[in-house]
Design a protein around this ligand. Structure first.
Ligand SMILES: [Cu+2]
Length: 329
């Protein structure tokens, strides 16, 4: 390689990594760096081939332009050396990309032993996160420098758990478990998106990974496991978050989300189609949660988009939710 080419490539590499710093999400794991390096290599190879191809084309177009009326095109058949060169060089580049990608993919997909296992369940339109000690959360909280393995599934349609800063994603499929792992190397909060189109509020199906120190993590986990000691309404508030009620219902303003606001509704008259007056009370809320199709609020589509929670909430969880909604006045 000529020194000029060497210099050019190292310049391109610098430009690419500056670009990655500006346009790419933060690198939260070691794998993220590896993925970006491979990506950078692809960009450089593309730039260089583009320059050779387009540059060569322009050069030949100018150099061999017909200059006089009886200018003759030279008769060219082929050049074996050139043909071998332009076949073998791309072949080597492609095989390099293949081998490089294979090594990274292999590392991404081999689950580490002794990882911290966390259960993640997708449900239209939120992620429910379950820790081994029974703690439920909507945010994924993990300790730094520790292998974490997520066991994913879905309660309804296919979702996909994507953490851009960690450069990993994995489908969550109903009826089976899939896994993914990561080892966070940076403190802070990182976005989680659902990357499998899953219905009306797919774009709102977001959460965060919060990376904390091991001590903070242990503290958080113990605190969360003391939820049982909360008041009924406080437990209800938690369930309201973890069961994704909050993704469809506002609780602090009258604004409509996918469903009606539950703010200051208790004790009023429910707005349901046709029928005699129904009071917004314990029985109405219970029925709304277990049998959403029984009385559909005025102006909402039939069938109601609210999923039934029959069989998914215990009586005490229902009581907690009702107590919470009661307190929204
Ligand atoms: Cu989804």
């Amino acid at each position: 390689m000529t020194p000029f080419m060497g210099k050019l490539i190292s310049k391109l590499f610098l430009a690419q990594s500056a670009m990655a710093g500006t346009f790419m999400p933060e690198q939260g794991t070691a794998i993220a760096k590896q993925v970006d390096n491979l990506y950078g290599f692809l960009i450089i190879v593309s730039f260089v081939s583009c320059a050779i191809l387009i540059g060569g084309m322009i050069y030949f177009a100018v150099k061999y332009k017909r200059k006089t009326a009886n200018d003759k095109t030279p008769y060219i058949t082929h050049d074996t050396r050139l043909e071998v060169l332009w076949s073998v060089v791309p072949l080597i580049i492609f095989l390099t990309v293949f081998a490089w990608g294979w090594v990274i993919y292999h590392e991404m997909r081999s689950m580490p032993a002794n990882a911290l296992e966390i259960q993640v369940t997708g449900k239209q339109w939120a992620w429910a996160i379950d820790y081994k000690n029974g703690v439920k959360s909507t945010q994924l909280v993990v300790p730094i420098h520790r292998d974490v393995k997520l066991i994913l599934t879905s309660e309804d349609v296919i979702h996909s758990f994507y953490i851009p800063s960690f450069r990993i994603k994995q489908d969550a499929v109903p009826g089976r478990y899939t896994t993914m792992w990561f080892r966070a190397e940076k403190m802070g909060e990182f976005h989680v998106f659902c990357t499998e189109y899953c219905g009306t509020s797919h774009s709102a199906m977001m959460t965060r990974v919060r990376v904390v120190t091991q001590e903070e993590f242990d503290k958080w986990l113990t605190e969360e496991s003391e939820v049982g000691l909360l008041s009924l309404a406080e437990q209800g508030a938690k369930i309201f978050q973890t069961r994704a009620c909050a993704s469809c219902h506002n609780v602090d303003s009258a604004a409509v989300k996918i469903g009606p606001s539950l703010w200051r509704r208790w004790g009023t008259e429910a707005n349901v189609d046709g029928e005699a007056k129904i009071k917004f009370d314990e029985n109405y809320v219970r029925e709304s949660i277990l049998l959403p199709q029984a009385h559909i609020a005025t102006g909402y589509p039939k069938p109601s988009p609210m999923p039934s929670f029959q069989g998914q909430l215990s009586e005490s969880q229902l009581a907690a939710l009702i107590e919470y909604i009661k307190g929204l006045n």
